[in-house]
Design a protein around this ligand. Structure first.
Ligand SMILES: Cc1cc2nc3c(=O)[nH]c(=O)nc-3n(C[C@H](O)[C@H](O)[C@H](O)COP(=O)(O)OP(=O)(O)OC[C@H]3O[C@@H](n4cnc5c(N)ncnc54)[C@H](O)[C@@H]3O)c2cc1C
Length: 424
C-alpha cells in the first residue's frame, strides 16, 4: 500500500515545535502517523526550550522558578493552556522530548526547578528552561562572570562579540573579544556553510590555532552557534581538547543554525519510527465522513493528493505558521473553520504603542479546547471527538512575552496524544 492509500491513525498538521512533538509522542506510542507542514517557528528558534519566564507581562516580572510561574499564570489566566495540564504531565512531556533529542546527538541541559540565565546575540540575558548542551557552559560562565573570550568572524553578519561585551561589560569585566578569519573562507559567511565546515577536525584545528594564543588568560571561549550541524557536541568537544578551555555557543540572530539543527534532528529521528512525512506540504482542505474518518487534501496548491486518517492533531501555529488567517474584519482558522477567540473589532487587536508592556489583544487570540485538547465549536461543545489541537494556535497565551513558546507546544502536544491514545 503506498503512502497515499494508507489509513493513518493520526494526521499531524504542522511541523513546528508542536507538530514535531505530537508526531514524536504519537509514533512512540506505536501509532501510524502522517505529518504535513512547511517551515515553522522551530526553524527560526534559538534552540532554547522556554517553559515559563515572564508573568504578568504588563509588569515584565521575570521568574527564576518556571513552575512557580506556571502556577501563577494559571491562577491569573484560568484558560491559559497550562491550566488544563497536570504539572507532572508537563514535566514528562519535556523529559520525553529532550530524551529523544539526546538520543539523536542533540542533548539538552538545565535545572530541575530553575530557569537558566543565558546570553542572547544582542548581549542581553534571557531565562529559559532547557538549553542545548553546546550552549550550557555559557550559562556557567555568565553565572560566575568567569574570564571569557567571545569570538566572532570577519564576514559573519548579524553577530558581534563586541556588542555582547558592550552590553555585559559593566557587570562582567573579565569578558574580552576577538575577531578572526573563518578557516578556509574569505568574504561573506553563512552559518549553515560554517557549521558544515566545522564538522571537519582539520578546520576545527585551524580555528583553535587562531584563537588559542588569545585565550591564555580565560577559562571559557564563546563562539557564535556555527559549531557543526549534525553532531555539534562533537565539534565543541574537539575545540575544547584543542584549546584546553571550556567552549560554548551563543545563537546568532534568527535564522540561526540552531533551528535547522532541530529540524534535521527530527528528520533523522522520525523516519525510523515509521512516520510518513509530507514535507513542505500543507493541508488545503479537510472532510470528515459519517464514521469520523478524515480525508485531507495535501499539497502545495498546484498539485494536491488525498491522505486519510482516523484522528487529527492541529498544530498549525498562529499567523507566523499560517494556522490562523486575518482579513480586514476578523481572524479565522482555515482548515476546519474552528471558531477563534479574538477581540470583537479589529481596532482592538493592537494597542497604540507597539512596545506597550501589556502586549496586544491579538497575541492572545486562538482556539478553545476541552481538557483533552479537543477544539470547541461555537456552542462551546467539542467539535469532533477525534480532532485535537496543540501549540501556538491555542488561545489565552502570549508566548513571545511570557517566554513559554516551546513549553506550551510540547506540553499540549503531549496532552493531546495522551488523550488520543486513551480514547483509542
Ligand atoms: C524567530 C523565533 C524564535 C523563537 N525562539 C524560541 C526559543 O528560543 N524558545 C522557545 O521556546 N520558543 C521560541 N520560539 C517560539 C516557538 O517557535 C513557538 O512557540 C512555536 O513555534 C509554536 O509552535 P507551533 O508548532 O505551535 O507553531 P509554528 O511554529 O508556527 O508551526 C506551525 C506549523 O504548522 C504548519 N501549518 C500551517 N498551516 C498548515 C496546514 N494547513 N496544513 C499543514 N501544516 C500547516 C506550518 O507550516 C508550520 O510547520 C521562537 C519563534 C520564532 C518565530
Amino acid at each position: 500500500m503506498n503512502r497515499y492509500e494508507t489509513l493513518y491513525d493520526v494526521m499531524v498538521l504542522g511541523a513546528g515545535f508542536a507538530g514535531m512533538a505530537a508526531t514524536l509522542f504519537a509514533a512512540e506510542r506505536g501509532l501510524r502517523v502522517a505529518q504535513t507542514g512547511a517551515t515553522g517557528g522551530i526553524d527560526f528558534s534559538t534552540g532554547f526550550l522556554d517553559l515559563m519566564a515572564v508573568h504578568p507581562v504588563s509588569e515584565g516580572r521575570v521568574w527564576d522558578d518556571p513552575w512557580a510561574a506556571v502556577e501563577a499564570v494559571t491562577q491569573a489566566v484560568p484558560h491559559h493552556p497550562y491550566a488544563r495540564i497536570p504539572r507532572e504531565r508537563i514535566r514528562a512531556a519535556i523529559d520525553d522530548f529532550t530524551a529523544f533529542l539526546a538520543g539523536q546527538k542533540l542533548p539538552y541541559m538545565g535545572y530541575d526547578d530553575r530557569n537558566a540565565c543565558i546570553l542572547t546575540p544582542a548581549g542581553t540575558v534571557k531565562r529559559t528552561y532547557r538549553v542545548p548542551q553546546t550552549a550550557w557552559k555559557g550559562t556557567l560562565a555568565l553565572r560566575d562572570k568567569a574570564p571569557t573570550l567571545l569570538v566572532d568572524f570577519h564576514g559573519l553578519k548579524g553577530y558581534s562579540a563586541r556588542q555582547i561585551q558592550e552590553v555585559q561589560g559593566p557587570r562582567w569585566p573579565h569578558l574580552k573579544t576577538l575577531r578572526v578569519e573563518f578557516p578556509g573562507s574569505m568574504g561573506e559567511l553563512y552559518p549553515e556553510h560554517m557549521a558544515w565546515t566545522l564538522s571537519s577536525p582539520e578546520r576545527c584545528a585551524e580555528l583553535a590555532a587562531s584563537v588559542k594564543e588569545h585565550a591564555r588568560d580565560v577559562e571559557y571561549i564563546g563562539f557564535p552557534a556555527v559549531l557543526g550541524l549534525n553532531d555539534p557536541l562533537r565539534t565543541v568537544t574537539m575545540l575544547e581538547e584543542m584549546t584546553g578551555k571550556h567552549v560554548f555557543e551563543i545563537p546568532t540572530l534568527p535564522p540561526s543554525i540552531t533551528g535547522p539543527r532541530l529540524r534535521a534532528t527530527f528528520d533523522r529521528g522520525l523516519a525510523p519510527r515509521g512516520v510518513c512525512t509530507f514535507s513542505q506540504k500543507l493541508v488545503l482542505g479537510a472532510e470528515r465522513d459519517s464514521e469520523g474518518i478524515f480525508t485531507f487534501h495535501v499539497g502545495t496548491g498546484q498539485e494536491t493528493r488525498t491522505v486519510r486518517a482516523r484522528n487529527a492533531i492541529l498544530a498549525s501555529g498562529r499567523f507566523f505558521g499560517k494556522g490562523l488567517r486575518a482579513d480586514r474584519a476578523s481572524i479565522h482558522e482555515p482548515v476546519f473553520a474552528i471558531p477563534v477567540t479574538q477581540p470583537q473589532q479589529r481596532a482592538q487587536w493592537h494597542r497604540t504603542d507597539f512596545f506597550d508592556p501589556r502586549g496586544h489583544a491579538v497575541s492572545m487570540a486562538g482556539i478553545e479546547t476541552d481538557a483533552a485538547q479537543r477544539p470547541l465549536g461555537a456552542d462551546g461543545t467539542v467539535l469532533h471527538e477525534n480532532l485535537y489541537a496543540a501549540g501556538a494556535i491555542l488561545a489565552h497565551h502570549d508566548w513571545t512575552r511570557m517566554k513559554c513558546g516551546a513549553g506550551i507546544a510540547i506540553a499540549t502536544a503531549y496532552n493531546a496524544v495522551e488523550a488520543l491514545t486513551g480514547r483509542l
